[in-house]
Design a protein around this ligand. Structure first.
Ligand SMILES: [Zn+2]
Ligand SMILES: [Zn+2]
Length: 394
């Protein structure tokens, strides 16, 4: 049985997978600068005898064809970049690149995919179909490595019928995984706003145009885009996390600067909302005698897990890990550039539990104390290898 064989190899290579993860963790590189990481992955692929080619500068794509006849293709994706965070963990594999840290688990994704490549290379005689391994740069930074890899044709020649990706999840115990069919993560757009008025003495508002009051109205009114214009059946979020009005107790400033985020899960509504948001903010500023410059930088699209693929993948996960270890995920309004694959190909993005409360491994991703329970790497490599083989119809 292929499942048992995969489980055995996943056990056998566990120490190597952990060593690779620790190497990557201690040598993190920022988005679009994954130079050493790319060389590391290339060397490992060469050791396995897998042909690869480079894409989007530091990205790599490799193919493995099973010996049995089949024209099915499945793509497996890992991201390789780290974040500009100073690691606070005191561990032997602590970041040796101060100020840069694998705080989103992309070291786990990359070392896992290398492990999957090892398992499937060993079992190549036992399955049919082609596995495409995608190691992409820059998940954490716009425009996103995924969008560049797709532009450069990563989903062509051969074209996969399914794209599968995983992401660590510190809120799920190690040993478990989570799935959600349908819309799962949000589109994310960045908002940069300057509200202009005419500053002056705080005691003489009648002689000024107060951009602080205009901004207060704009922030409040824009919430009606979410509460009155958005379809209540589809989530939207509009948040401003930065508001700078640099006056004083008795000084009305000339302008106020804001930064925020708009997230939703519907491309048509997303575009309509952009127009409404701008129009409302500009209208309010103008009606109060000021002006407003509203810039929206489009980020990643929303992520959708194709229903049928996700149902079958979830079933295979239950088969591999046991029903009790496969959970349902809630919608998550964060963004992920895997969304680009999901917009153009049938895709499934699932979560790998990496939490271990007894060892204090509970920190959220993107924090200086983030770490993973490494025992999860055994399930990580075995499960993904099994999902690929099953998806190929074996
Ligand atoms: Zn991240
Ligand atoms: Zn991530």
């Amino acid at each position: 049985m292929i499942k048992e064989k995969i489980q055995q190899i996943a056990k056998d290579i566990f120490d190597d997978v952990v060593a690779n993860r620790r190497h990557l963790h201690s040598h993190p590189e920022l988005s679009f600068h994954e130079v050493e990481t790319s060389v590391f992955v290339a060397n490992k692929l060469e050791e396995l005898g897998l042909e690869y080619h480079k894409m989007a500068d530091t990205g790599l794509v490799a193919l493995l064809k099973g010996d049995k006849p089949s024209d099915q293709v499945v793509a497996l994706r890992a991201d390789m970049d780290a974040l500009p965070i100073l690691e606070a963990n005191d561990v032997p594999y602590k970041s040796q690149n101060p100020g840069v840290m694998h705080a989103c688990g992309h070291d786990v994704h990359t070392s896992s995919l290398l492990g999957v490549a090892k398992i499937l290379t060993d079992l190549k005689g036992e399955f049919g179909g082609t596995v495409k391994f995608i190691f992409q740069p820059a998940e954490e930074k716009l425009p996103g490595g995924a969008s560049l890899m797709i532009q450069e044709g990563v989903l062509e020649n051969p074209k996969p019928q399914a794209v599968i990706g995983q992401h660590v999840m510190p809120f799920i115990d190690a040993g478990k995984v989570g799935f959600r069919a349908g819309k799962y993560m949000a589109s994310t757009d960045e908002l940069y706003v300057t509200v202009r008025g005419r500053g002056g003495h705080g005691a003489q508002p009648q002689q000024n145009v107060d951009p602080v009051v205009i901004t207060a109205h704009i922030i409040t009114a824009l919430q009606t885009i979410v509460s009155r214009s958005a379809d209540p059946k589809s989530p939207s979020v509009l948040s401003f996390g930065k508001v700078i009005a640099n006056g004083a107790t008795n000084v009305i400033p000339n302008e106020v600067y804001l930064e925020g985020t708009f997230r939703t899960m519907d491309e048509k509504w997303r575009s309509e909302a952009h127009i409404k948001i701008k129009k409302m903010a500009e209208g309010i500023a103008e009606s109060m005698g000021g002006s407003c410059e509203f810039n929206i930088i489009r980020g990643y699209p929303f992520l959708i897990n194709e229903e049928k693929l996700t149902a079958s993948t979830r079933g295979h996960a239950e088969d591999y890990l046991g029903k009790e270890n496969v959970l349902d995920l809630d919608i998550w309004m964060a963004a992920e550039d895997f969304a680009y694959y999901s917009q153009v190909a049938d895709s499934c993005f699932y979560r790998l539990g990496t939490r271990n409360e007894s060892r204090g491994i509970t920190s959220s991703v993107h924090t200086p104390t983030f770490d993973v329970e490494e025992s999860a790497l055994e399930q990580s490599v075995g499960l993904m290898a099994y999902l690929a083989v099953k998806q190929l119809g074996n």
